[in-house]
Every structure is written in structure tokens, then in C-alpha cells.
Ligand binder design. Structure first.
Ligand SMILES: Nc1ncnc2c1ncn2[C@@H]1O[C@H](COP(=O)(O)OP(=O)(O)OP(=O)(O)O)[C@@H](O)[C@H]1O
Length: 230
């Protein structure tokens, strides 16, 4: 299996704002190998979220090609795009978006059942993921009964529930205080590595970026490989 988990070729994206055409992405190329964890950095408003949305098939580029695990998304019907997204992609956002009326366990079980996994098997995997994130004694709790860091750990488990090939994360610990962010991020990286996932993770935090395999930097619509400082 040599296909890149994610491959972007000459991806462009413009937005019309009134009379002005805003060229946010001006020809982005990126390939992420299976198991590779890549930090996406760049000043606020340069298009990191837009790039993640396009990579996650939630938005279409104005032009260019997006391949997920070797499948080109551009010519697919909406149903097939959705199926490709469900099969291969996991998302973590700055805010957890957990379902408030369900327990931590149920929040991680539900997406698996929607994907067709039996309840028993789904519960087993959910328990394993939550335990791996240090939440063994919190699985019956509802989101409101959990701390911000615990809620975000559950959201990370939910993103991994269906064993995606590629995880896309937008400031996954941006909502947490620095100490909690550090702990949650360490657990997050450990789990992503254990699962052998590829990941593209947008962050403003250089310490978090330094813990990933490499960093790409978005500036003026183009993506550059960042060379770490000596
Ligand atoms: N749907 C949209 N319509 C019009 N303009 C948009 C739309 N989505 C994003 N933009 C513009 O595209 C630019 C990039 O936005 P984006 O949210 O991708 O940046 P970002 O790098 O993720 O920023 P931040 O680090 O602050 O989250 C911004 O100028 C934004 O206003």
C-alpha cells in the first residue's frame, strides 16, 4: 500500500467577498505518507482551516486535485465523497462537539454503529480507545460532567473510532490551558502513533508543532516545508 494518505496537487481556493476575489490558496501541493504526522502552521487568516476543510472533503477546491488514499475526490458524486470521508477520515476541532445527552462511551460507540459496526464490538473498541486516553473511570460520564481536557480526549477517541487512515485536526488543544493542552496533546500523539495514522494538524503552538514528524507552513497562499531551527 504505497498510496499517500493525502495528496494535494495544485489546489487553489478563492472566495468572493463583495467585489473582491480573495485568493486564499494559490496552488498548494502536499503529500502525507501513511503514519506520518504533519504540523500545519501559518499566521491567522492564511487559510489553514480552508486547507483542512478541502483535505477533509468538506469543501471543494476552485481547482486542483485531492486524493485520499489514492482515490481522487474531484469527480465523485456527493454520496461517494461522503462514503470516502466516512471510510478514511477523522476530524478533531478546537471545540469538542460531543453529543451532550450521551455518555463518553456512547459518543465513541455511535459513529461506529452508524458505520455498521455491531454494538458489542463498537463498545469494545470505544472502551479501549478511552482507556488509552486515560479515561477508564470516566466512560459513563456525560460531557457536562467532564473537564475541558477530558471532553477533548473523548472527542479525539470519537475521531479515531472508525479507524480512519487520515486524521485532520484544527487546533485540537487550542481551547485548553497550556498545562492541560500539553497533556492532552501527548496522549493524542501517542494514540495516533499507536494506530499508525497519518495526520495533518493545524496549530499556532510551536512546541506542539516541534513534536510532529515535520512542519509545513502556509503563507500567501502557498505551502512551504519548514526547516527546523538548529
Ligand atoms: N466561506 C468563506 N467565504 C468567504 N471568505 C472565507 C470563507 N472561508 C474562509 N474565508 C476567508 O479565507 C481566509 C482564510 O480563512 P481560514 O479560516 O482558512 O484561515 P486560518 O489560517 O485557518 O485562520 P485562523 O488561524 O485564524 O483559524 C480568511 O480571510 C477568511 O475570511
Amino acid at each position: 500500500m504505497n498510496d499517500a494518505a493525502l495528496k494535494l496537487s495544485n489546489v487553489k481556493r478563492s472566495f468572493r467577498q463583495g467585489r473582491v476575489e480573495l485568493e486564499v490558496l494559490r496552488g498548494v501541493d502536499l503529500a502525507i505518507r501513511p503514519g506520518e504526522i504533519v504540523a500545519l502552521v501559518g499566521p491567522s487568516g492564511t487559510g489553514k482551516s480552508t486547507l483542512l476543510q478541502i483535505s477533509g472533503l468538506l469543501e471543494k477546491p476552485t481547482s486542483g486535485e485531492v486524493l485520499i488514499a489514492g482515490t481522487s475526490a474531484g469527480t465523485l458524486s456527493d454520496d461517494k465523497r461522503t462514503a470516502l470521508r466516512r471510510l478514511h477520515l477523522g476530524f478533531v476541532y478546537q471545540y469538542h462537539h460531543l453529543l451532550p445527552e450521551f455518555s463518553a462511551l456512547e459518543n465513541v460507540v455511535l459513529p461506529q454503529m452508524i458505520a455498521g459496526t455491531g454494538k458489542g464490538e463498537a463498545a469494545k473498541r470505544a472502551t479501549r480507545l478511552l482507556e488509552g486516553m486515560g479515561l477508564a473511570d470516566r466512560i459513563k460520564h456525560r460531557p457536562a460532567e467532564l473537564s475541558g481536557g477530558e471532553q477533548q480526549r473523548v472527542a479525539i477517541c470519537r475521531a479515531l473510532a472508525n479507524s480512519p487512515r487520515l486524521l485532520l485536526a484544527d487546533e485540537p488543544t487550542g481551547n485548553l490551558d497550556p498545562h492541560t493542552s500539553d497533556h492532552v496533546f501527548a496522549a493524542f500523539l501517542r494514540l495516533v502513533r499507536e494506530e499508525g495514522l497519518a495526520a495533518l494538524i493545524a496549530t499556532h503552538n510551536p512546541d506542539l508543532a516541534a513534536r510532529m514528524d515535520r512542519t509545513v507552513s502556509l503563507s500567501e497562499g502557498r505551502l512551504r516545508e519548514s526547516v527546523p531551527a538548529e
